[in-house]
Structures are given as C-alpha cells and as structure tokens.
Design a protein around this ligand. Structure first.
Ligand code: TRP
Length: 331
C-alpha cells in the first residue's frame, strides 16, 4: 500500500478522557510516522455550531493543543494546526455545499441528536457541520481518516461529496477511507459499562480524564462497577470486568488474554488496583508534560502558526484546482 495522507480533526476541549486518549490521541501519535503527511486539526469552527463562550473556546483550544503535544505529537513530524487559521476550509465548505444533498444533511444522526439538545438556537452551522468536516479532509486530498465510530456517517457523507464533485467537475478530489481504531472505540464508562465513556453522555465518576490526578484515578477505579462473580475474564454478562481488562491491556500494550492469565485467581479488588496503576502510568507523564507546556501560550501559538503555514500551502493548491474546475474566478 502507498503511504497514506492522514487527516483527523479533534474538538477543542480540555476535558479529554481515557476513551479519547486511547481512541484518538494515541492513534494520532502512532499515525504521525505513518502518514506522509499526518495532519491534525483542532476544529474551533466546528465548536461554534453549538452554544459556547468565546473566552472559554480560546482557552480550550490551548488546552487541547497542550494535551496533544504532551501526548507526543511532534510539530516536526506532523502538521498540527487550528482550523480557523486556514481560511481555505471555510471557502471550500461553501463550494462543496453545491454538491451536497440537503436530504443527506437532514439524515445525519449527530445533527438530530445535537439539535434536540440545544436549548435556544439550532444553528444553521450545526446543519452545515458535516460539509465543513468534508472540507477539512478533502482540502488535503487525505486518503485516511482515523475517527471514532460515531463519525462513520460523516465520513460516508464526505466520500459521497468527493465522488459527486469528481463526477460533476472532473477528477479533482480524493475519496478518503474511514479508519476506526479497534480498541479505543470500546472504552466504556466505569459506572455504566454498557455505554461509551463520554464527556456529554457519561457519568462523572465513571469517566477518567487525561488530566486527573493519580488519587482521583485510584478512586474512580476502586468504585468501578463489576459483577457478582469473581473471575477476571471477559464475557457477555461481564461488561464492567471486560472493560477493565481492555483498559489494562491497552495501558500496558499487551493482549487481553495476557491480563486474564496474570489475574487468574486474583480478586476484583486487587485487579482494580492494578488497573488504576496501569492507567496512572499511562497518563501521568502526559499530565506532567501538560503542566509544563500549558502556561506558555506564546509557544503554543508559535507551534500552531507553523502548522497552519504548512497546512495552508496544501489546502491553497487544492482550492485553486477546485475553483478552476467549478468555473469560479478568472481563468
Ligand atoms: N466531527 C469530529 C468529531 O467530533 C471532529 C472532526 C472535525 C473531524 N473535522 C474532522 C474528524 C475531519 C475527522 C476528520 O470527532
């Protein structure tokens, strides 16, 4: 297979949890040496599609930037940038809206869910969210899009938009492939292990945040829901234990079977303690590095500006082709 061009977007929030970390952030870090280039975009323009506070948005953007750098993204080995710094995304959104079906946008699950949750205004931006997301990816002619399972429909739509554009205006854009991580996709809430760990839909006690102190992590794991059995094995009626096995396996970078073997005969209490220590070992270096990076906003801005410059060079070339193909602007 040829070298992939990887693109992913991440919402600006400082409350990244273990599911995000394993499902997205770690995939990014792994992807930065596989992608040529690997492009990671903090999507502040998507964030304004729901109610938000302007001052908070800016802080959250720095939080996310610092978390990504602390986790190991290296601006020398990838392109890390802020969506709004590259104006080509917004221009392409409008141009692509010409080949986006209104009916398709109307069928998006995320639009239905999020619009039902808005108290004041269901913005047109929320409806247009998937078109902006398509522009993010298509502007870089990316071949691979690593995202969580919840973004499947959005990626399907961007593929459809790319295909329709090429059919209508000639081969210009690349139709990207979806890539869903196997493990992180199923990190579950510690209190309600039938549902995914989530900032919006989960429980506070069942959600481990990347920036949680070790003491907090120990507490959350000690109170994790298990079952009335006593065996540390995976099983359909053992959602809690299965989740903890998955978590420890990922934290240590080993197979689940290895964890089951090691804790054969151990009690749930002992096992949960080991999971807590494993998670602490995974997250503590990130938290410590974050504490060093986050206060220096000027350095974060410098990193983002350098990323935007590299991103712009690629996106501008695509936009020139798109405009030309569509008959927009001078010949
Ligand atoms: N919608 C994605 C999410 O909420 C974030 C995102 C925005 C994205 N643009 C993207 C992901 C482009 C992949 C590619 O997770």
């Amino acid at each position: 297979m040829s070298t992939p061009i990887i693109f992913s977007g991440i919402q600006p929030t400082g409350r990244k949890h273990l599911g995000n970390f394993i499902g997205a952030v770690q995939q990014y870090v792994e992807g930065q040496d596989r992608g040529e280039p690997a492009i990671f975009c903090i999507v502040d323009l998507h964030a304004i599609s729901v109610a938000y506070e302007p001052a908070e948005l800016r802080e959250c953007l720095y939080d996310t930037t610092a978390i990504l750098l602390a986790a190991g993204l290296d601006p020398e080995r990838c392109i890390l940038f802020r969506q709004s710094d590259v104006r080509e995304h917004t221009e392409l959104t409008w141009l692509l809206s010409a080949v986006t079906s209104h009916g398709d946008l109307n069928r998006m699950h995320q639009f239905k869910d999020k619009s039902a949750r808005q108290r004041e205004l269901v913005s047109a931006a929320l409806f247009f969210y998937p078109v902006l997301m398509a522009s993010d990816v298509l502007a870089y002619r990316a071949t691979e899009v690593p995202v969580g399972d919840d973004q499947r429909q959005h990626v399907e739509l961007m593929r459809e938009i790319g295909r329709r554009f090429n059919e209508r205006f000639g081969e210009t854009l690349v139709v990207p492939e979806l890539k869903i991580p196997e493990v992180g996709a199923r990190i579950m809430d510690l209190q309600e292990p039938e549902r995914k760990m989530s900032t919006t839909g989960g429980t506070e006690a069942g959600t481990v945040y990347v920036l949680d102190e070790p003491g907090t992590i120990r507490k959350k794991l000690a109170s994790a829901v298990t079952d009335s059995g006593r065996e540390v094995v995976r099983g359909p009626d053992k959602a809690g234990i299965t989740n903890l096995i998955d978590i420890l396996a990922v934290a240590r970078g080993v197979d689940q079977a290895e964890i089951e073997l090691e804790f054969d005969g151990a009690g749930y209490g002992e096992f949960k303690k080991a999971v807590a220590e494993g998670v602490i070992e995974l997250l503590a270096p990130v938290r410590e590095r974050y504490a060093e990076l986050r206060p220096d906003q000027a350095a974060l801005e410098t990193a983002l500006a350098a990323g935007a410059e590299k991103a712009r060079a690629i996106a501008a070339a695509t936009l020139a082709d798109v405009r030309h193909a569509m008959g927009i602007g001078p010949k």
